[in-house]
Design a protein around this ligand. Sequence first.
Ligand SMILES: Nc1nc2c(ncn2[C@@H]2O[C@H](COP(=O)(O)OP(=O)(O)OP(=O)(O)O)[C@@H](O)[C@H]2O)c(=O)[nH]1
Length: 484
Amino acid sequence: MNQQMLSLANFTEDNLRAILQALPALIWLKDADGVYLACNERFEQFFGALEKDIIGRTDYDFVSKELADSFRANDLLAMQKGGLNINEEWISFAHDGHRELVETSKTPLHNSDGKLIGILGISHDITKRKQLEKYEKFRSSTLELLAKNIPLPSVLEAIVRGVELLHTNIMCSILLLDKEGKHLVDGVAPSLPSFYNQAINGVAIGVGVGSCGTAAFLGQRVVVDDIASHPYWAPYAELAAQAGLGACWSQPILSSELQILGTFAIYHREKNALADLDVYIIEQSAQLASIAIERKRIELKIQHMAFHDALTGLPNRSLLDDRLEQTKAACRRHHCFAAVLFIDLDNFKPLNDEYGHNAGDLLLQEVAHRISFCVREVDTVARFGGDEFVVILSDLESELAQAEQLACNIAEKIRASLSAFYQIDIPNAHKQTSVQHHCTASIGVVLLRHLQNDDIDIVKLADQAMYQAKAKGRNTICFLDSKP
Ligand SMILES: Nc1nc2c(ncn2[C@@H]2O[C@H](COP(=O)(O)OP(=O)(O)OP(=O)(O)O)[C@@H](O)[C@H]2O)c(=O)[nH]1
């Protein structure tokens, strides 16, 4: 193509008009008094009129007086400045009623003699850009919340409320998948009616269980534009109608290992189709929720690991100390007795020596299980180390003799349970070796009094009692009084 042909000077009026019509911006020209001289097709959509009917008229003929006043004020400002004036404003398009946030640039236009022709105006749609900017701000503030160690429900509520602020008339929800991965629970949906939230709580996931139940089941986004007619919502159509819900888009919340943690959903009151920006917002919001949920889970895991024994899952010494303090306080408060049992396995070492450490580990796990089975939920079973376990029996009787009797009965139950045969199936590289093992335990018991002297090391005392049991020939229980 010849360079000459590209020059603007050679463009015919038709060419220039075609360019103005093709541009996605609103373009217009008004004289100094605000009377329209020309406009493009996009502008025609704004006024809902053809150019021929716009020319010769002013803003006051098409929009509210308030808006026309503000247009005129900006025209005058550009003329006073003698240069570019830029402002942002919300406008409604008369041809279909939709609203856009636009950035409007107005420039005084002069002819070749320097005489003012009028004002050239150009408006660009910046709705998406502004929403994205708003979303990015919301995203950073949510990440800041995450760094502040705020409880998970509060963070999830901040995500829901933050997204709701991006659009008028939307409601959001976050539902979590229960431990079994089968039900949606612990919903955070402050803008949805509580009768709706109650009806949804605990619902079993599956195809056809609304947008969220289906999204959680399939592990993919489910977009329902029209709840009233969509088969996924058939069982809940009445409930949704009562709650005034027209559309629901639901995004699964996935962990970093792609496990489904729950769903993030956006609801509209009317039928509504998903647009590009909505896809971005719903995906990003689900990701924010995922970070919050995973972070909390890791925190809980670390906390559990810090206070529990890795092999048996029982409380470790740190948690035992803590529980002991709680028990002492409860004894004082309720004027009742408690007891500490120190349990050491007899002749455990030979099992390790003969069948290896794995066999010993399996036996220790079974021991932990058997001891836990002999006590109540309120009691504490801790692994003290190696083949040693400590049990705190809390809230025993308030009468000494009865409390002693109860402690001895439970200790005997544990002794008998631990002395029963162990069937240990040791997994090897190719096959499984089954070993029948017999082992017993020596148990020391110390009663914790309600006015216990805090200087007494109860566990040490129970350990001494256990050694007496060993000395008596093992597989037996020895009782020591903690009275100073
Ligand atoms: N498999 C396994 N063995 C352990 C673990 N921790 C400690 N042990 C072993 O447990 C044994 C404990 O020693 P002892 O209590 O003296 O052994 P015992 O044969 O029961 O001796 P008595 O108590 O005198 O009857 C040692 O052989 C340790 O190596 C563990 O986590 N797994």
